[in-house]
Design a binder for this molecule. Structure first.
Ligand SMILES: NC(=O)c1ccc[n+]([C@@H]2O[C@H](COP(=O)([O-])OP(=O)(O)OC[C@H]3O[C@@H](n4cnc5c(N)ncnc54)[C@H](O)[C@@H]3O)[C@@H](O)[C@H]2O)c1
Length: 251
């Protein structure tokens, strides 16, 4: 049986990744700073070990890996935080909190996992970035900067850890009707407007993201490293299609 570690496993996307990993035969350490949802996940699914840790705390992360015991075949760096507000009003503490979880925390967990994967001579790491790290989303504070930073860190990790047999990739979700975005998409008008603007004409699901993660974890992706796959139904390529323009003949 393979072993996986999923951070932020109590959230919408993390819980879905955990469930798919279990269905694919993994034993999963479901890490979250909030105990409630990972404990529920472990009650519902076999082979889920709920572990409570703050990924910004290196000692707490090390203890969690020790408690899990096994060398992870897969790490999914999924825990994430957003603090909304226009930059001119954004509190420095909010900026720092988001950097600390999304960027520093992801580094702390990846470093711990890579040290163990190195002893095994193999492993896969998937960092969850965001469409917001590729195009700036007004009002999303430090979030996009941390996600583009994590995408760059993914490339560096792939270069430094490739020689140890460790592949490192990223998955960048777009408009996903789960987790931190679910509250916005409860509003029917927002769903219609956002979903309707997507070339595939729908919002994404947590399953859409989880399937891409587990593809990158699989042997089918054995020669893929340092890449970021965008799971957005085509949104980021549709900037020109969204701009108003005069109708031309044949259109
Ligand atoms: N939902 C979306 O539309 C969307 C879009 C793009 C990217 N993402 C990314 O997907 C990932 C999962 O997000 P989600 O939508 O499921 O959100 P979510 O808020 O439901 O899940 C995030 C989880 O991370 C946990 N977490 C936060 N800080 C932590 C810490 N210090 N230590 C341990 N755990 C911590 C939270 O408790 C929560 O359970 C995030 O990295 C997010 O940035 C989500």
């Amino acid at each position: 049986m393979k072993n996986a570690i999923v951070t932020g496993a109590g959230g919408g996307i993390g819980a879905c990744i955990t469930e798919l990993a279990v269905n694919l035969g993994y034993r999963v350490a479901a890490i979250d700073v909030q105990p409630g949802s990972v404990n529920e996940l472990a009650d519902r699914l076999d082979n889920v070990i709920p572990l409570i840790a703050d990924i910004t705390n290196p000692e707490s992360v090390k203890e969690t890996f020790d408690a899990f015991g096994s060398v992870p075949d897969l790490l999914v760096n999924n825990a994430g935080l957003v603090r909304f507000g226009p930059l001119e009003d954004l509190a420095v503490q909010d900026f720092q909190d988001v950097v600390n979880v999304n960027l520093v925390g992801s580094f702390i967990v990846a470093k711990e996992a890579a040290a163990r994967m190195k002893t095994a001579g193999s492993g896969a790491i998937v960092n969850i970035t965001s469409m917001g790290g590729i195009h700036p989303a007004p009002g999303s504070g430090a979030y996009g900067a941390t996600k583009s930073g994590l995408a760059q860190m993914t490339q560096l990790m792939s270069v430094e850890w490739g020689p140890y047999g460790i592949r490192v990739n990223a998955v960048a979700p777009g408009f996903i009707d789960a987790g931190m975005s679910a509250p916005f998409f409860k509003d029917k008008a927002v769903r219609r407007q956002r979903g309707g603007g997507v070339p595939l004409r729908r919002l994404g699901t947590a399953e859409d993201v989880a399937k891409a993660v587990m593809f990158l974890a699989s042997d089918d992706a054995a020669y893929i490293s340092g890449q970021e796959i965008v799971i957005d139904g085509g949104v980021i390529n549709s900037v020109l299609a969204q701009l108003p323009r005069e109708q031309q003949a044949g259109q």
